[in-house]
Write a protein that binds this ligand. Structure first.
Ligand code: ZN
Ligand code: ZN
Length: 127
C-alpha cells in the first residue's frame, strides 16, 4: 500500500477552516469591529448587529434566534476585543506586501526602458 501521496485538497480544507469563524453571518465578510451577543456568545460586525437589533420587529440573535426582546442592544451587545485582535492579526497576515520584491521591480523597469527606446526611434522617423 502506498499512502505517501496525500491529496492536495487536504491542505485547502485546513486553510478554509480558518476563515468561517472570522466571518460575520450577516454580511459574510470578516468581522468589522467584532461585537458579541452576551446571551449566546455569537459574534457579528458592530454595524451589522446594531442594524439588525434596531430594526423593528427583530429582537433576536440572527444566528440562533435567541430571544433578546426583553433586553436593549446596549445590554446584550459588547465589543469583543478578543475577536478584534484575531481579525487584526488575520488581516496583517493576509495583506500582501505593498512593495513588490526587488527582482520583479527590476525586470519591469528594464523592459519599460527598452520599450521607451523603441518608441523614441519610431518617433524620430516621423516629421
Ligand atoms: Zn457583518
Ligand atoms: Zn446566537
Amino acid at each position: 500500500m502506498d499512502n505517501s501521496s496525500l491529496p492536495k485538497s487536504q491542505v485547502r480544507i485546513l486553510k478554509a477552516h480558518l476563515i468561517p469563524p472570522l466571518t460575520c453571518p450577516l454580511c459574510n465578510g470578516i468581522f468589522k469591529e467584532a461585537t458579541t451577543i452576551n446571551e449566546c456568545m455569537h459574534t457579528f460586525c458592530k454595524d451589522c448587529i446594531y442594524q439588525k437589533s434596531q430594526a423593528k420587529g427583530i429582537a433576536c440573535c440572527p444566528k440562533c434566534n435567541k430571544d433578546l426582546s426583553h433586553l436593549s442592544p446596549e445590554d446584550y451587545l459588547r465589543p469583543d476585543e478578543r475577536w478584534r485582535n484575531i481579525v487584526k492579526l488575520y488581516n496583517e497576515g493576509q495583506t500582501p506586501q505593498a512593495t513588490p520584491p526587488p527582482s520583479i521591480a527590476a525586470t519591469t523597469s528594464k523592459s519599460t526602458a527598452k520599450q521607451l527606446k523603441k518608441n523614441k526611434n519610431k518617433g524620430q522617423k516621423t516629421g
